[in-house]
Design a protein around this ligand. Structure first.
Ligand SMILES: O=c1nc2n(C[C@H](O)[C@H](O)[C@H](O)CO)c3cc(O)ccc3cc-2c(=O)[nH]1
Ligand SMILES: C[C@H]1O[C@@H](n2cnc3c(N)ncnc32)[C@H](O)[C@@H]1O
Ligand code: SF4
Length: 346
């Protein structure tokens, strides 16, 4: 039987109320489109005290997800171990303050991934594009972006049973045949492991700090990619589009009508695309309402994967599930037994 997700509730579009912590901007890769990275040694690591201050500036209950996005320390660097340890401690801190971590910090060894999975309710890594041609262009100085390596990461997460987010970065110089190839690859992994909760369709938009400076992904084409993705991916995978990178409201509407059901992490700033502020939540809600959709918050782990998580992480979800349910968000079918006391002990 196919797994269920919020697509079973017609017209509901989800988002995750999120704040991003950046352990470090230093990165040994040089993706030419990156507006985030700094040279190794040029970025101090985020201290636990500073992280706590950042997290405590928000009223309790206002943001649920802590998205951990990091620049990468080389796999053979003597500093690698402390980098992973530090990410672990930041996730642990976020959990202790009641938040739910989702980490996307680049490729990890099986040991590193397994360790971070203990303190993350889901994890992510963009496949970007499967074509190796990009290793000659935008990824020429980015060894972490080798498609075979990234595909192996997604499979490794499947083997470890980690609820996972992946996606395509669009507009890197790939062809429509490449989109199909990348989406088919994700579909195949899902049929093997079944751990993919959502696929992000991320249109490249130029930023002020990158070296690439190419024109952004044609917004019209995003609608075709959403349609293609809906056609090729198993239906339990949600399609996420970032509303801040789609300037044209009519196109946002067409993407939703074509089958996108999620707007991703929405919060104070998009650290990856700092030139593109997220739209105001109230405005999004009104727009979606006009178009016949309802905007609803969700957890960073999708309902069908909750029961796979370690018990301590399942416990951390409960206050948020209660809060979202009190706001009138209908619980998912898989959440019901935990939420309704009358079901307990039967
Ligand atoms: O605000 C952002 N959130 C990004 N997110 C966050 C994402 O929207 C949410 O963390 C997930 O949907 C989990 O709730 C990513 C998560 C991934 O696993 C992989 C890539 C991204 C990319 C971005 C991004 O560019 N900007
Ligand atoms: C964390 C994810 O953010 C995406 N990413 C990195 N730089 C950009 C950009 N300029 N525009 C859009 N997405 C970007 C990549 O897909 C990376 O994997
Ligand atoms: S996109 Fe990620 S891997 Fe590439 S340079 Fe930026 S931080 Fe590093």
């Amino acid at each position: 039987m196919p797994l269920k997700n919020r697509r079973d509730v017609p017209g509901v579009i989800t988002y995750s109320p999120a704040f991003t912590l950046v352990p470090t901007y230093e990165c040994f890769n040089r993706c030419t489109y990156c507006n985030f990275r700094q040279d190794p040694g040029g970025s101090r690591w985020l201290s636990l005290t500073a992280a706590q201050q950042q997290l405590q500036q928000f009223p309790a209950g206002s943001l649920c997800e802590v998205l951990i996005l990091s620049g990468e320390v080389h796999p053979r660097s003597p500093r690698r171990r402390s980098w992973v340890d530090h990410i672990y401690r930041l996730c642990d801190l976020a959990l202790s303050l009641g938040f739910l971590p989702h980490s996307n910090v680049g490729p990890l060894t099986v040991g590193e991934m397994e360790r971070l999975a203990r303190v993350n309710v889901s994890m992510g890594l963009m496949l970007e594009q499967m074509t190796p041609r990009l290793m000659e262009t935008v990824h020429r100085q980015a060894p972490s972006k080798r498609p075979d390596l990234r595909l192996a990461q997604i499979q490794q997460a499947g083997q470890l049973g980690i609820p996972f987010t992946t996606g395509l970065l669009l507009g890197l110089g790939e062809t429509p045949a490449d989109w199909r190839d990348t989406l088919q690859t994700i579909a195949q992994v899902q049929r093997q492991w079944g751990h993919i909760q959502e696929v992000i369709l991320q249109p490249y938009q130029p930023g002020s700090r990158e070296v690439r400076g190419a024109p952004g992904f044609c917004a019209q084409d995003l609608v075709s990619v959403v349609e293609l993705a809906r056609d090729l991916l198993p239906e339990e995978i949600a399609l996420q589009i970032p509303p801040n990178l789609i300037q044209d409201e009519a196109l946002l509407r067409r993407c939703l009508q074509a089958g996108a059901t999620d707007l991703g992490g929405l919060g104070p700033i998009d650290q990856v695309n700092p030139d593109y502020p997220h739209p105001h939540l109230g405005r999004l809600e009104r727009l979606l309402d006009q178009w016949g959709f309802q905007l609803r918050p969700r957890l960073p782990v999708y309902p069908q994967f909750e029961s796979r998580l370690p018990v301590a992480l399942q416990r951390a979800l409960q206050p948020w599930k209660q809060q979202f349910a009190a706001k009138g968000v209908s619980p998912s079918p898989s959440a019901l037994p935990n939420q309704a006391p009358s079901f307990r002990g039967r």
